[in-house]
Design a protein around this ligand. Structure first.
Ligand code: PNS
Length: 165
């Protein structure tokens, strides 16, 4: 009996960027199934609601048949176990990401040694791209076309459009 190789890609995705999508597409080629999951954090009010983040991710992942989008609360490793995932994916853009990712991966390893954290290096052209850059640039009406997938660019722009009073 073959076991489905499943990977959980957790994150805030507030909102999803081209860097996240590059990782998701590469992961889709490495695992049988990839679950991209947004952390619901009641203590932290994001820029996009959980529902908006999920919708944006779903629109971006529609072309990937072995990728599904989900959400969770609490410990990521607990959700990984619930899903039957053997691995957890994180991305590393540059050296600055290393320390926090090392701590996260080693903490998770202590809590659940059976879940392997796999870290993929982002592409050099995505090194400066982050959700916070999208939020900052977007809120000032800057050009976000190189930062977010084309299919959601208009929705993101709409989000930042000032509402008429
Ligand atoms: O996209 P982010 O914000 O870098 O994602 C961070 C995330 C959600 C993966 C991380 O904060 C997390 O796993 N939070 C859930 C709580 C948890 O499991 N913490 C690690 C062990 S204490």
């Amino acid at each position: 009996m073959s076991v489905l190789r499943r990977c959980l890609y957790p994150g805030s995705f507030d909102p999803v960027t081209v860097g996240h999508m590059d990782l998701i597409e590469r992961a889709a080629g490495l695992w049988d199934e990839v679950i991209v999951a947004v952390l619901r954090n009641p203590a932290k009010k994001g820029c996009f609601t959980l529902e908006e983040r999920l919708e944006l991710l779903q629109a971006c992942c529609a072309h990937l048949p072995n990728v599904r989008v989900s959400h969770f609360e609490g410990l990521t490793v607990a959700f990984a176990k619930e899903l039957g995932a053997q691995a957890m994916l994180r991305g590393l853009r540059a050296a600055g990401d290393f320390e926090s990712e090392r701590a996260l991966a080693q903490l998770n390893q202590m809590i659940a040694p059976e879940i392997e954290t796999v870290i993929l290096l982002g592409r050099p052209e995505h090194a400066a791209i982050s959700s916070s850059a999208v939020r900052e640039l977007g809120s000032f009406g800057g050009d976000i076309s190189a930062l977010v997938p084309a299919c959601i660019e208009q929705r993101i722009k709409q989000h930042f459009k000032p509402t008429a009073v």
